[in-house]
Design a binder for this molecule. Structure first.
Ligand code: FAD
Ligand code: NA7
Length: 504
């Protein structure tokens, strides 16, 4: 073979000549859902990109690999444990269906080992993707020096490197709050710890009543734990309250205990390693000892030591999140924020991913497409799953006026449950909220029942396309499914007629 020295290397793409005074075009702080998606897209579009991701250990010392909250301590392990727990839920069903199943006994460690094995493959996958996409990865904690300069620190706080970038994306997400309650940091777990705990004792207190709290309480109970939930005020703040109460009612019927109107005041370790909880219930001081306590009282934006103020970035005084405009841009022209750290946006993985991807396309791909934060669907993975898209009933009433809103609803029992004595009568429920003043346009869909997320995804598309009640009525249901209930609604709440279904 002869070698053509004249053309040697001609196929190798040359590094573009950089005219920028900065080392990088795009520096992404945070390797979670939003940061990874944005960094990879920007690099694919030809930008010179670096990403820093560093996990500060939880107060209990838990830390994890690349991928952020969703992959390591959020959606993924949560859904896997929810899935695992459903076998506990189905245990009685199986027997009624004729399966002669073994003793009902769950092995926590085996489940956790398998969950963590899966997460390790995802961590590795993200590392490989960054290499493939030519994104420089720094496993360092980033801090801003000014609006173009980032300092990278190791775990001991020593500066290892200083880099400059034309654009900076803040995608640092959030971390669980311990509420400043005495003893909480030392005695309690959070969702940062739960999914990798080698063992989980029997009697568990879950503090908080929002979606992370109820989801964790739900799967812990189905995994044979004795679960109590401490509720300060309402269930699932921000969600439709009618639906939220139904979620909690189902959980209570299953045997999960709720302490209402209650807040913890202090936590203390007992000599035998349990946790003594001092709390107030309906104004009265009480004390109870639990084997373990899970704090799920909300999350704080992880902006505390980021020194964003050195770059002049404005944060919300209430939440510590970055205030952004409709383009995910902060008040500093070249500093952007997506995901959980962006003020006023839904804290959901697909939202962070889409916002990060669109931002990169606008910055480096000539796109003008903005992220649409309206009608974002979501699911609460409680024992009976709840999914929704669009307005809650309360918000629809406020936005359009109660007299202009019609709510169609049904309470039903999935066909499969009809021959199972252990399953409650109409515990599943669906409602569709329409605007009478706008051709009965559907402004909200809510569904409580098995596989709720799978049910809602397609309906979310139809909401985007301007679904009306007439179109829903024309749509043929798939029989016999739970999702078809949404196509068959003819009872309005206003009519006062019972929503309970009697036949097919
Ligand atoms: P994150 O994924 O949090 O990533 C931020 C990254 O930045 C982290 O790795 C962090 O360590 C790193 N970082 C922080 N500061 C620095 C710094 N100074 N330097 C370098 N790196 C830094 N969403 C859903 O859509 N569906 C669900 O079912 C769901 N379930 C959830 C369950 C739980 C228990 C939790 C906690 C969350 C859940 N979420 C769910 C929410 C979802 O996980 C978040 O919305 C999503 O992860 C946000 O992505 P992000 O990119 O904004 O931040
Ligand atoms: P949320 O949605 O912020 O909810 C926090 C829950 O914890 C809520 O029920 C609060 O009650 C309760 N809470 C807050 N502080 C306390 C104290 N001090 N004592 C007892 N109970 C308390 O948090 P999540 O973690 O579920 O979710 C965080 C985000 O992640 C959320 O936006 C999702 O989209 C994703 P309240 O209703 O305020 O009385």
């Amino acid at each position: 073979m002869t070698v053509d020295f004249a053309n040697l290397g001609a196929d190798v793409p040359e590094e573009p000549v950089r005219t920028s005074p900065y080392e990088y075009d795009y520096f992404v702080i945070g390797g979670g859902s939003g940061g990874l998606a944005s960094a990879k897209t920007a690099s694919e579009l030809g930008a010179k990109v670096a990403l820093a991701d560093f996990v500060k250990p939880s107060p209990q010392g838990t830390s994890w690999g690349l991928g952020g909250t969703c992959v390591n301590v959020g959606c993924i392990p949560k859904k896997l444990m929810h899935f695992a727990s459903m076998f506990g839920e189905y245990y009685n069903d199986q027997q009624e269906c004729g399966w002669e199943t073994a003793q009902k006994q769950h092995n926590w460690k085996r489940m956790v080992d398998n969950v963590q094995k899966h997460i390790s493959t995802l961590n590795w996958g993200y590392r490989v993707q960054l290499i493939d996409k030519n994104v420089t990865y720094f496993n360092y904690l980033a801090k801003l020096v000014d609006n173009h300069t980032i300092s990278l620190l190791n775990k001991d706080g020593q500066e290892m490197k200083r880099v400059t970038s034309e654009h900076i994306l803040v995608a640092v997400g959030g971390r669980p709050s311990f509420g400043g309650i005495p003893g909480a940091d030392e005695c309690c777990y959070s969702s940062d710890d739960l999914f990798s705990l080698k063992e989980m004792p029997k009697k568990v207190l879950v503090v908080g009543a929002s979606y992370i709290s109820l989801e964790c309480a739900g799967f812990l109970h189905a995994l044979q734990k004795d679960v109590t939930v401490m509720v300060r005020s309402i269930f699932l703040r921000g969600f439709d309250q009618d639906m939220a109460d139904k979620v909690a009612e189902y959980m209570a019927n299953e045997g999960i205990k709720f302490i209402r109107n209650s807040v913890p005041n202090a936590f203390k370790k007992t000599e035998d390693g349990k946790v003594e909880v001092k709390y107030t219930e309906n104004g009265e001081e009480r004390v109870e000892v639990y084997d373990a306590v899970l704090m799920a009282i909300g999350r704080n934006a992880d902006t505390k030591n980021l020194d964003l103020e050195k770059a002049g970035v404005q944060l919300s005084p209430r939440t510590g999140k970055v205030i952004v405009n409709d383009y995910e841009q902060s008040n500093v022209e070249n500093i952007w924020a997506v995901g959980d750290v962006a003020e006023g946006k839904p804290e959901l993985t697909p939202v962070a991913i889409q916002a990060g991807t669109y931002l990169a396309k606008r910055l480096f791909g000539g796109s003008s497409q903005r992220m649409d934060y309206i009608n974002v669907p979501t699911t609460v993975f409680t024992p009976l799953e709840y999914s929704c898209c669009g307005y809650s009933e309360e918000d629809a009433n406020k936005e359009f006026g109660e007299e202009n809103i019609e709510v169609y609803h049904t309470a039903f029992k999935p066909l499969e449950w009809n021959f199972l004595d252990s399953r409650e009568a109409s515990s599943c429920y669906a409602k569709v909220i329409v605007n009478l003043k706008d051709n009965e346009k559907v402004v909200g869909i809510h569904f409580l029942g098995p596989h709720a997320g799978e049910v809602m995804q397609g309906f979310a598309v139809s909401l985007k396309l301007g679904l009306t009640k007439a179109i829903l009525d024309e749509t043929i249901g798939i029989h016999p499914t739970c999702a078809e209930e949404i196509t068959k609604l003819d009872v309005t709440k206003r009519s006062g007629i019972t929503a309970e279904k009697t036949g097919c």
